[in-house]
Design a protein around this ligand. Structure first.
Ligand SMILES: [Ca+2]
Ligand SMILES: [Ca+2]
Length: 326
């Protein structure tokens, strides 16, 4: 496994903060606008107040709202056992277990898929540390972005075994499971963002957004140190760095109280990953080289090529890893 040159912190270049439209339904309803509540017959300010009320929230503000909406609660440490989460199941019976489904989905060069889902000839990029992997993907782990132990501590202790299994094999949200270098996954361990953040600084906004999305999606709580760590990360994000981990339609999983009888869990929405795996930030995942710099909004520029040389849209003409910089 070779380590690619790390991108390092990416300097924001967007000088105008453009509100991103966040895909999918809002998970967190905005509180009633204070402007709407207090503005009345104020004469000349009417048009101004309407503009304020109508202005879309920035992506950072939306993410901050989702973070603050998580239930703040101390972790509950007792009783965790990794074996309580049945993981790497093949839910759709195509012989590829969830681990290999993720490797296939996140490859920047698609692997050949042999009998019994043996993989070969693929190429992967570790969003945590910039490491690259070629071949079967054996040098990469598929990481539970919110680790199983962390999930247990923050609510999964109350789930039934079926819900735990669905969590551990969650392919319904693109960033619940991520293919990353084994070494970065070992460093992370069962840490939450108060303990560990990706060494690649340019990945931290993505990571915070995905972490909040998974916690929201599964109705998991957050502890004080974790909340403070995420507030710190999100406060340093720019709108253009967000949106590659869009929050999906979320169904909070209710905690069943017994192992028998009907549970009240509901089916999670399955949402297609619309982001092209070769680029940061999120670009539409189109076939071939169907997208040009001219198709992008200012909030999508500049584009980072995850792995130099893997550039299906041919955006990075000088091969330095950055594209659409003007
Ligand atoms: Ca499968
Ligand atoms: Ca935690």
């Amino acid at each position: 496994m070779a380590t690619l040159p790390l991108e390092g912190p990416v300097e924001p270049v967007a000088t105008t903060t453009t509100a991103l439209t966040v895909e999918g339904p809002e998970v967190v309803d905005s509180p009633p606008s204070a402007v709407e509540a207090v503005e009345g017959d104020s004469g000349s300010s009417v048009s101004g107040s309407l503009q304020v009320a109508d202005r879309p929230e920035s992506a950072v503000a939306v993410l901050q709202g989702r973070l603050e909406a998580l239930v703040l609660q101390p972790e509950r440490r007792s009783g965790y056992d990794r074996d309580l989460f049945d993981h790497w199941v093949d839910a759709d019976g195509d012989r590829c277990d969830a681990r290999r489904e993720v490797l296939i989905a996140e490859a920047v060069v698609a692997p050949r898929v042999g009998t019994s889902c043996s993989l070969s000839g693929g190429q992967w990029y570790s969003v945590y540390d910039g490491a690259a992997e070629q071949g079967s993907g054996r040098g990469f782990d598929v990481d539970h972005l919110v680790p199983l132990a962390e999930a247990w501590d923050s609510g999964a202790y109350g789930w039934d075994s079926d819900t735990r299994r669905r969590y551990a094999n969650d392919l319904g949200y693109a960033h619940s499971l991520v293919a990353v270098s084994s070494s970065s996954n070992r460093q992370k361990g069962a840490g939450d963002p108060a303990d560990w953040l990706p060494p690649l600084a340019s990945a931290r906004c993505w990571y915070a957004e995905a972490w909040i999305a998974v916690k929201t999606r599964w109705g998991l709580s957050i502890d004080t140190a974790e909340l403070q760590a995420l507030r710190s990360v999100v406060s340093q994000c720019q709108d253009w760095q967000l949106g590659s981990a869009p929050v999906q339609a979320t169904t909070v999983v209710a905690a069943p109280t017994t192992d028998s009888g009907p549970t009240t869990t509901t089916t999670l929405a399955v949402v297609e990953d619309l982001c092209h795996p070769a680029y940061i930030p999120c670009l539409p995942n189109l076939p071939g080289d169907a997208l040009n710099c001219g198709d992008l909004s200012s909030s999508q520029k500049p584009v980072q090529v995850r792995t130099i040389g893997v550039d299906p849209y041919r955006l990075d003409r000088d091969g330095n890893g950055f594209a659409c910089t003007s």
